[in-house]
Each structure stands twice: as structure tokens, then as C-alpha cells.
Design a binder for this molecule. Structure first.
Ligand code: BGC
Length: 341
């Protein structure tokens, strides 16, 4: 079978190699169908983010997966032919109080590992193995859209966080502001609409696929945050841009941060935001990665979504042999996937 390999920070060293996959006792053997590309993968390959597996000078990239089960241990609940996605993170071995209860997405000591990102090979290969506990069974009718499970899990955790924080102040959540209409923002909008909320999505683009996807969903699109006049209860901030973060926090009772700033310079504070946090119990809370309940929520959300809408998020496919083509950004790209077949 063939596998992608990269050296973090050395894009020219990217290659596709022949590899043997050895089935592991007690694990699923999976035929890799698709791998999704996200900003983290670009940061790994171009900028050297990520951590190599111990003693190795390369890593198999990609943490967004879709595969079909080739064989499964008896009593695992999985069967040959099942459509599955693999979980990204593995608990730290110590384990910390969070990992001890399988809440690896809240790992306290940073010793967790992540497939395709931190010390473990990713899903960018034609065959992979995974313990049943770290696989999620998908609605077989999802087809290629199953590759959106991991980003949807990140978003499901963001929504679970928003609900938990809103519940603290008895806030009835009726409307949401989503900043950024990339895959994370669009999936956040999907889950918001599925919750019956009035959803307002902001991005820079003025036309093309993103506004269309937002409108088709039944949400409202704005090319400028200043144009949003509606009141919003919750904001899910997916851009990491400081001015947008402050604006979300100024408007919403609960702001969930799902994007990294990428900034290294200090940014000016908005004192009004802090006063609102004190006087009106407003909150800003960050979220990363996802736990098993979030993956299950993601699988359910995707299963209940319109198939043409989900497929509309996948804007480009590149073959495994040319997986580095996925890295070049094209204007109307939403989710670019690597075809592993
Ligand atoms: C992934 C998360 C991961 C994070 C940091 C994101 O792109 O979706 O699962 O925890 O990167 O490595």
C-alpha cells in the first residue's frame, strides 16, 4: 500500500512511499478512502508545526479521515464494510485527570499524542489500523462527506461548550454569530441551524461558494461584521482575528474561540468587553480538539444534513500521488481532500 510522508517544515521532502501495514490484534484494519486537509496540516508541512514520532525523521500526515473497515475484531461492534472515521487524539500515558476519564481533548499535561500531528502517524495512507475505541461508525449514506467528521467533531465540542456556559446563566440560546466561513465556520453554522437557531455568518468574501452555502443552509451571510444588526446570544469565532474576537465578545453573551490568532504581537484590549464579562456574566471560552461524545454528535449531525450541501463543502480532490497539490490555496476552496484510492 502507499502512504504519504512529510518532514515538518520541509515541504520539498514530501513524498509517497510503499509501506506495509501490519494488522494489529484487537484493532480494526481500515481501507483509507479520503483524508481531509486543514490549516494545521499546512502549518506542519510548511512551517514545521507538529512533533515527529520518536526516533523518526518523517510522519504520515493528515488527521481528518474516512475509511472502510476491512476487518474488525469480534464483539468490537464494527463489521467489514462499515464506513468509519478515526479519532485524532490519544490520551497521555500518565494519565492526567482528564485523560484518565477519556477526556483527552482536555489533556492537562500536554503529553497526549495526535495522529498526523503529534508523534503518531496520521491517516494519509491506503490502509490504517485503529483500536475500535478510537473509531466512529458513520451513516453509510454519507459517502465522501464522512471525511467531514473530524472538523464537525471540533465544532460539536464548540457547541457543547457554548451550551454548557450558556446554561450557567440561564441564557436561552436563540441566535448565533459565526465568524469565518471556512469548513469549521460552515459546519458550526450547520449545527446552529440544526439546533433551530437564527444563524448569522460573517466572512470576507462577497460572492462565490461560501455565501451560497450559508444561504442554502437557511442562515444569513454578511461580508462585513458591521452589517450584522441582529442580537446574538452565542458567537463561535473561527478566524482567530483579534478585532473579530473583541467584536464577538462585545455582542454575544457567550463567545467560543475555535481559531488560533497566529499573532505574536500584543493586540489592544477592549475594556468594554471585560466590563461586560463582570457586570453581565459574559464569557469567552476556548476550545480545541474533541472527545468521543463530540465525534458521535458530529456523526449524527452529518447524518441529518443535506447530502448535496455537505458534498458542496468538498471543493477539490487531489490524488495521493500529488497530495502536495492540496497545499496550494485556491480562492474558492472550502475543503480539499486527498483521494487515497
Ligand atoms: C485538529 C485538532 C488538534 C489541533 C491541534 C486541529 O487542526 O483539528 O484535533 O487538536 O489541530 O493539534
Amino acid at each position: 500500500m502507499r502512504a504519504a510522508e512529510v518532514v515538518p517544515g520541509k515541504p520539498a521532502a514530501s513524498r509517497v512511499v510503499d509501506r506495509e501495514v501490519v494488522p494489529v490484534d484487537g484493532e480494526l484494519l481500515v481501507e483509507g478512502l479520503l483524508a481531509g486537509l486543514c490549516g494545521t496540516d499546512v502549518e506542519i508541512i510548511r512551517d514545521g508545526f507538529g512533533v515527529l514520532p520518536p526516533g523518526r525523521d518523517h510522519i504520515v500526515p493528515f488527521h481528518e479521515s474516512l475509511g472502510r473497515v476491512l476487518s474488525a475484531p469480534e464483539d468490537s461492534g464494527f463489521y467489514e464494510g462499515d464506513l468509519v472515521a478515526g479519532v485524532v487524539r490519544r490520551p497521555d500515558p500518565e494519565p492526567c485527570p482528564a485523560c484518565a476519564v477519556d477526556a483527552w481533548d482536555f489533556c492537562r499535561n500536554g503529553k497526549y499524542t495526535e495522529r498526523g500531528i503529534k508523534e503518531l502517524d496520521g491517516y494519509g495512507m491506503q490502509r490504517w489500523t485503529v483500536p475500535p475505541k478510537f473509531a466512529v461508525k458513520l451513516d453509510p449514506t454519507l459517502g465522501d462527506a464522512g471525511v467531514l467528521t473530524e472538523p464537525a467533531s471540533v465544532v460539536a465540542k464548540a457547541w457543547a461548550t457554548a451550551s454548557a456556559v450558556a446554561a450557567r446563566s440561564h441564557l436561552p440560546v436563540r441566535s448565533a454569530l459565526i465568524t469565518g466561513a471556512g469548513p469549521i465556520g460552515l459546519l458550526a453554522a450547520l449545527l446552529g441551524v440544526q439546533r433551530g437557531l437564527a444563524v448569522h455568518v460573517v466572512d470576507r468574501v462577497t460572492d462565490g461558494r461560501k455565501p451560497d452555502l450559508v444561504t442554502t443552509l437557511g442562515a444569513t451571510y454578511y461580508p462585513d461584521l458591521a452589517k450584522v444588526t441582529a442580537e446574538v446570544d452565542v458567537a463561535i469565532e473561527c478566524t482567530g482575528a483579534a478585532p473579530l474576537i473583541w467584536e464577538c465578545a462585545r455582542r454575544a453573551s457567550v463567545t467560543v474561540l475555535a481559531g488560533l490568532t497566529g499573532e505574536h504581537d500584543p493586540v489592544p484590549l477592549d475594556p468594554g468587553v471585560f466590563d461586560g464579562m463582570v457586570l453581565r456574566n459574559k464569557a469567552i471560552v476556548g476550545t480545541v480538539n474533541a472527545g468521543l461524545p463530540d465525534y458521535l454528535a458530529a456523526a449524527e449531525a452529518l447524518s441529518g444534513a443535506s447530502r448535496p450541501w455537505l458534498h458542496g463543502l468538498i471543493t477539490r480532490r487531489v490524488p495521493l500521488d500529488r497530495f502536495t497539490d492540496a497545499l496550494e490555496r485556491r480562492p474558492d476552496d472550502v475543503k480539499v481532500v486527498v483521494d487515497l484510492a
